[in-house]
Design a protein around this ligand. Sequence first.
Ligand code: ATP
Ligand code: MG
Length: 268
Amino acid sequence: MIMSKSMPATERDVLVIKLGGSIVYRLSEEFLSSLVSMKEKYEVIVVHGGGPEMTNTLKRLDIETVFIDGQRKTTMPVLEVAEMILKGKVNSYLTNQLNHHGVKAVGLCGYDAGLLKASLIDEKNLGLVGEINEVNTPFLIGLISSGYLPVIAPLSCTAEGDRVNVNADLAAAAIAREMKAEKLLYVTDVPGILHEGKVVQETDTEQIGDWIDSGVISGGMIPKVKSALSVLAAGMKEVMIVGGQQEIFQDGKFIGTKMTNKGEVATT
Ligand SMILES: Nc1ncnc2c1ncn2[C@@H]1O[C@H](COP(=O)(O)OP(=O)(O)OP(=O)(O)O)[C@@H](O)[C@H]1O
Ligand SMILES: [Mg+2]
């Protein structure tokens, strides 16, 4: 069970944005400008992945990549590469890019101030892969109340202090849940969920389940929609999947695929 150290209390609604590793280096100027407008309306927290770069670096180091149900099997050498790439390279690049665009971004990972605590999911098969069971929400609230935008690499540690890797989609969902975020956005290299070649504007939990079963949704889209289903079940009204190569925030609304609970009508 997830525990928070206190109830979140921020002046404005919280928006958690997960930036896919597939898009981090290719964010358009339009997207970066929409982020500045989002920051005027919401308290923003960014969580990022780094999948493609992790896989390329492991290949260069001759370390095998194994995925089990969309999760990267993590041995100690893989974890050390995750630290180098996620916390070192991707987080530094993104933090600098955001500061350059006028937001006060602060690069962090789950180790900082005990931000993310996790427990191992299945050490035998997955190795050092965790699921988050505690978020230091007072720390995040302190940063955002001071006008900073946290940029979080999804590394975490166990109650015993052992370092673990966490899937970025799941980390974003856990942070959104614990921060009682108003919205969770998954920014990726496609403009939303695609069905028969078109972007789906709105879908619900039941249809998503059918699309996973029928293979319409596959690969990297699976952990994204599954973690979306988990936050919707926990009471969040709306989760969106949007593209990072376009303007995604226009007239106070997001452009992409909106996911809601079956039978619930989203407000914005
Ligand atoms: N129905 C679908 N609609 C859109 N994309 C889909 C669909 N089914 C599978 N995908 C795949 O999901 C991919 C996005 O997930 P992926 O894990 O590759 O990126 P990411 O999560 O943004 O990055 P990272 O995993 O590095 O954080 C798309 O590029 C596409 O190939
Ligand atoms: Mg992914």
